[in-house]
Design a protein around this ligand. Sequence first.
Ligand code: SAH
Ligand code: SF4
Ligand code: F3S
Length: 439
Amino acid sequence: MKKKYTIVTYGCQMNEHDSEKISWILENLGYEWTENKEDSDFIVYNTCLVRENAELKVYGQLGALKDLKRKNPDLILAVCGCMMQREEARRVILDKYRHVDIIFGTNNIHKLPLLIDRHKQTNETVVDIVEDTRDIDDNIEANRKYGFKAFVNIMYGCNNFCTYCIVPYTRGRERSREPESIIKEIEKLAEEGYKEIMLLGQNVNSYGKTLNIEYTFADLLRDINKIQGIKRIRFMTSHPKDLSDELIYAMASLDKVCEQLHLPVQSGSNRILKAMNRKYTREDYLLLIEKIKKAIPDISISTDIIVGFPGETEEDFLDTLDLVKKARFDSAFTFLYSIREGTKAAQMENQVPDDIKHERFQRLLDTIYPIFYEENLKYLNKTVEVLVEEVSKNNDEVLSGRTRTGKLVHFKGSKDLIGKFVNVKITTPKTFTLEGHLI
Ligand code: SAH
Ligand code: SF4
Ligand code: F3S
């Protein structure tokens, strides 16, 4: 009987894609996927620490696995991801969670087979971490979740040091992948039948800066746009400070680049944006959005917003509410500011009390949800192209898929449409999704 593995993934698309790579490695070592931790011979936790609750969840889960380990002494337990890039977190694991067998990081996933061997030989906890993003192997294959849309890393790490954010301390320095390597990967995906590509980087707009040639993110989009078989190109995340006119022009003129942009604003207050080290003002941001909407009229824009950054006053918060009303986002990820040890903001005085954070958070939601709904109302009676993704979890007659603008659409249809493009007429726009029927 084949040995079984499972992977529990926290965090962003980077981690999701890393888990797809880990899955590929484990299947090549002869393991078979299971949903179930109880059946597993190998469990991987791919961790995140961007906010405190992500971190606490992992410790809770690891604690609960002690029993499983006792019942099955051959079970191998590995912990990887951003948390493991931090020495403090590794120390907690080594001290308090001694049943963990293998610890590795975000930049040395390709070494996993070696680390498993080393653990089997010594029966000790094996720890292998590298800081340098130059050690990342660009050529590890991935066992992708879908057969029609794929994540592709175009750069690693981050150099921006937004003062609240731990990512630059975990994922290391920014490095762009060589264009040839990216293009080769996407050409292969196209041959295998993939239709949609999501390019991944913490700040894709600064793609190319670490290359030895003059080559920008817009150049990369132009080259990917030529690849036959690929129908849709998306990317995330864009940093407003680096979003160039050249890129807006490329987005507007390249037919495969989708009318969708994730452009985190974080705050609407200039004072707070400065303290966050974001390097743009609310005026810059609003102007940028205006420019983009003019060039690409039906674009959908989403954002990230943090509530309760240290020193945020009622007035600062009202600036955020005002900005979201002006920007009219299609959707947003909203976060309560979470103190991350090691970042500059963690040392700032004037941390905002929890009750105020929560109260502002609720007011923010009360402001943005009606805007999402109104933006979605524009789709009423329109026919949209949808790439069908899966059968709905609650009703197996209902399919879901996404528009070019990234909107999630539900409609009735048979599951052999999965992976295909269909046209759907929207009958019921909702706050977070659109409903319609096939035409
Ligand atoms: N590189 C991307 C996203 C990185 S993390 C970018 O720059 O947009 C995703 C989001 O998590 C961030 O945009 C931010 O809104 C949020 N975030 C990061 N650190 C946080 C913290 N300490 N507390 C609350 N939210 C945080
Ligand atoms: Fe964090 Fe800022 Fe880098 Fe995004 S750009 S990963 S928010 S430091
Ligand atoms: Fe992503 Fe979390 Fe790391 S958001 S980059 S997995 S800290």
